[in-house]
Structure formats: structure tokens, C-alpha cells
Design a protein around this ligand. Structure first.
Ligand code: UGA
Length: 414
């Protein structure tokens, strides 16, 4: 997307397979719309791909470090890949190159990297430029950001990043310039706050269910108060993905290192865990146990619009039911290949209807639109029992009730 803005971009990854795919115009993951931009920019030679650091152009003006920062066993962000990348780059580019950390890193990391490079005798300028793209809508999030955050140490770094984001500044998209630690903190606090909103609404869903109130009406009405905002108030089976759980843990751990207990965020983490397990328990309760019962799962990715199953609540819920000897058949429009790597003890169907054949219950766990448009009239005749658990509140429950299903929505009276 940076090449789409007219910049000349060289991309380096040590994974040769990925680089070969990208060179041929293919994206190694599912991200709607991205392939078209890639093709355009390869054609106009604004983007190139390399699988070795040795191919870096020494005159590169700005390097964005975008490697992953996975959780270690204690929940800390593991910065090994960031340091490797920075180290490799620093040995190959001229000293006036600006190194920008785009990876999500604990506040203070850019400063630490600056010191690390100084100790090695390098004097690079460093910046921080966190990303706020959501998987599945990364292209439009890039093109229409609410704001762009740059954390810098010098005026020159600011000027270089202003050149990179010129087309956005010209469209009056706010560019917020901070020091590096504040930029790093903005990223973590934003993800933590969004996760808090999701955990909050999921707790309200539990209460709505008991009281006979309606979570969707509640969330929409709350969201109309602009102080609250309507986004990220959709109840579901819990938040997952490669960002929220990891970043939440990293922030909690970082605070602990400073003898601070982040009480709200600790509760958010626990609440999300409880919510996921409660969903499996609810299925067990309604079905009077799941042992040897055939259960269909629609949706395995952590949300729709992606093929990513990392930390997916759907996978966790399937696993909890498998642990209690349920016989699961699952289907996901995009995530089957990735799911097969992590969830072994279940069957996979070629389509949604196939998954539901002979099932005593159908669990909808990811909000793929295609699930909404199934032929529920004939589906009922091939299921062993007409139980539908809609944990994304995606389906038309009134229609399903008319067809004779037992419908269990999230945060609504059953
Ligand atoms: C998240 C942030 O939203 C991005 O701004 C950020 O750039 C990204 O992490 C990152 O740090 O890289 P992403 O992980 O792609 O993006 O997914 P989200 O759309 O935020 O959803 C996270 C989880 O919350 C999903 O499991 C989703 O189903 C759940 N969710 C989200 C809800 O259950 N309800 C909602 O209303 C919103």
C-alpha cells in the first residue's frame, strides 16, 4: 500500500516461499482487495521482493521493521525477530537511513534499540509508526485511517515520515507526532481498550440472557451515545486473533515489571477466557452432555474476512467440546487449511450443509455472510435435531423459529 502511494518499496522476508509467491503477484494469506494493488505495483515496478538481507539497497532512505512480536511463555512480547531485523539492516544501510519500528513493541523498545545500535557503534535515527489495520479490512483501514501516529526523536525523522504520508496529510487525515515511547503506548492502549469493549459487551450478553433482555438492541442503543461509540460492541464468542490476546498479555507483563497491576486489563483477560469456556458449557448444558454427539461448527477463523485461526475462540470452543468427546464436523469458507494444522480430532466438511448433516446441534462461531444465506428449510430435514446456537447473532432467529428450530442466540432470550 505504500508503493500504491507512489513510493519505491523493496520488501524483504527470510521466508523464500512467501517471497516467491509475492513476486508472482500472489498474497500468501487471505486479505480482500490486496492482490489487485500488488499486481498493479509489481507491473509499474514500484514494489520488489527479496529473500535475503544482502539484497538491501544501502541507499534506502527509510526502513520499516514489520516482523512479528509473538508472546513468550510468560506473555511478554518476544523481540528476537525485531532485534534480528534491526541488526541485519543496520549492517547494510547508510547511517542516514531512518529505521522505523512498525511491529507492535512494548513502550521503551525504540529507545532500547537506539541504545543497542549506539553500543555497536551505529548512530541511526529511529522512529515508531504503529499500525491500526484490522485483518479482513486492512486495505480500507490503510487508505482511510482515523489518524496516523508517528513517534520520532528528531525533526528530520518527522520530515521523512511526512514525505511518506504526504498523500494522507493532503487529505487532512490527522498525523499525530509524538515521542517514540508515547507512540508505542498508543498502540498497546488502543488494542487493550478495544478488547475491553468486546469483553464488556460479552459480559452484558451473559446478563441479558439471564434477564431476558436483548444484547443487540442494548449495544446499538449504547453506541448511539457518541461518548461510547458503536464500534466493537458486537457480542460474540470472545475476542481472539494474533493481536488482542498477545498485546493484552504483553501490556500486563510490562506493567508488572514496573510493579503495577493493571486491574482492568487482568479482568478483561480473565473475562474473555471465562466467556469462551462458558460458551462450551452452555452447549453441554443445553444438549445434556456432548459425549458421542455429532455437533456441526460453522466458522473457525477468529473473525470473518480472514483465513487466520490464531487464538480463534472457535478453535478453543471446538477443542473444549472434543475434550468432552463430542464428534465435531466443521466448515469454514477460508480457514480450513489453517484449522487443520491446529485442530486434529475433528472432521472437516466441504461446505456448510455438509457439516450439519446428522448433527444434533449447529454452532455458528464466525460471522461469515454465507452462513446467513443457507437453505434452512431443507437443512432442518438433514439434521438429527434442530438445535442452532448462533454465537454471532448473525441468523434470522424468527425465521428459524418458524421453521421449527430451537434457537440459542447470544445475549437474548432462548
Ligand atoms: C486488531 C485491531 O482492531 C487493529 O486496530 C490492530 O491494528 C490489530 O489488532 C493489530 O494489532 O495488528 P484484528 O486482530 O485484525 O485487529 O481484529 P479485530 O477486528 O480487532 O477483532 C479482534 C477480535 O475481537 C475478533 O475475535 C473479533 O471477532 C472480536 N470482536 C471485535 C468482537 O467480538 N466484537 C466486536 O465488536 C469487535
Amino acid at each position: 500500500m505504500l508503493s500504491e502511494q507512489g513510493h519505491k518499496v523493496d520488501c524483504i522476508d527470510i521466508n523464500t516461499e512467501k517471497i516467491e509467491l509475492l513476486k508472482s503477484g500472489k498474497i500468501p494469506l487471505y486479505e480482500p482487495g490486496l492482490a489487485d494493488y500488488l499486481e498493479n505495483n509489481i507491473k509499474s515496478q514500484r514494489i520488489r521482493f527479496f529473500d535475503s538481507y544482502s539484497q538491501i539497497n544501502p541507499n534506502t532512505e527509510v526502513v520499516f521493521v514489520t516482523v512479528d512480536t509473538p508472546s513468550d511463555s510468560l506473555g511478554n512480547a518476544n523481540l528476537k525477530n525485531v532485534y534480528n531485523a534491526v541488526s541485519e539492516v543496520s549492517e547494510r544501510v547508510n547511517q542516514d537511513c531512518l529505521i522505523v519500528i512498525k511491529s507492535t513493541v512494548p513502550p521503551g523498545t525504540a529507545e532500547n534499540i537506539h541504545n543497542y545500535l549506539s553500543n555497536k557503534g551505529y548512530n541511526f535515527d529511529l522512529g515508531v509508526n504503529p499500525e491500526f489495520l484490522k485483518q479482513g479490512s486492512a486495505v480500507s483501514d490503510f487508505l482511510y485511517p482515523d489518524r496516523i501516529i508517528i513517534g520520532v526523536k528528531t525533526k528530520l525523522a518527522r520530515a521523512k515520515l511526512e514525505v511518506i504520508y504526504r498523500s494522507f496529510i493532503d487529505k487532512n487525515i490527522p498525523l499525530i507526532v509524538t515521542d517514540t515511547v508515547t507512540a508505542e503506548m498508543i498502540k498497546y492502549a488502543s488494542n487493550a481498550f478495544l478488547a475491553t469493549k468486546v469483553a464488556f459487551i460479552n459480559e452484558m450478553a451473559g446478563l441479558c440472557e439471564l434477564l431476558g433482555a436483548d444484547i443487540d438492541l442494548l449495544a446499538n442503543s449504547m453506541g448511539m451515545d457518541h461518548r461510547i461509540g458503536k464500534e466493537f460492541l458486537k457480542a460474540g464468542p470472545g475476542f481472539g486473533g494474533s493481536c488482542f490476546p498477545k498485546d493484552l498479555s504483553a501490556l500486563i507483563r510490562l506493567a508488572e515489571d514496573h510493579n503495577v497491576k493493571l486491574q482492568i486489563l487482568n479482568s478483561v483477560k480473565e473475562s474473555n477466557y471465562n466467556h469462551i469456556t462458558n460458551i462450551a458449557k452452555k452447549v453441554e448444558y443445553v444438549l445434556n452432555g456432548v459425549q458421542n454427539k455429532k455437533i456441526a461448527i460453522w466458522g473457525l477463523t477468529f473473525k470473518s474476512g480472514t483465513d487466520d485461526v490464531r487464538n480463534s475462540p472457535a478453535i478453543d470452543i471446538a477443542q473444549l467440546l472434543v475434550n468432552n468427546k463430542a464428534k465435531i464436523t466443521a466448515y469454514d469458507p477460508m480457514g480450513m487449511d489453517n484449522a487443520r494444522q491446529v485442530l486434529k480430532d475433528i472432521e472437516y466438511a466441504d461446505n456448510a450443509i455438509g457439516a450439519a448433516r446428522d448433527a444434533e446441534a449447529l454452532l455458528l462461531l464466525t460471522e461469515w455472510k454465507e452462513f446467513k444465506n443457507q437453505d434452512f428449510a431443507s437443512l432442518k430435514s438433514i439434521m438429527a435435531a434442530p438445535n442452532v446456537f448462533d454465537f454471532r447473532n448473525l441468523l434470522d432467529s424468527e425465521l428459524l423459529l418458524r421453521y421449527g428450530y430451537h434457537v440459542y442466540s447470544l445475549g437474548k432470550k432462548s
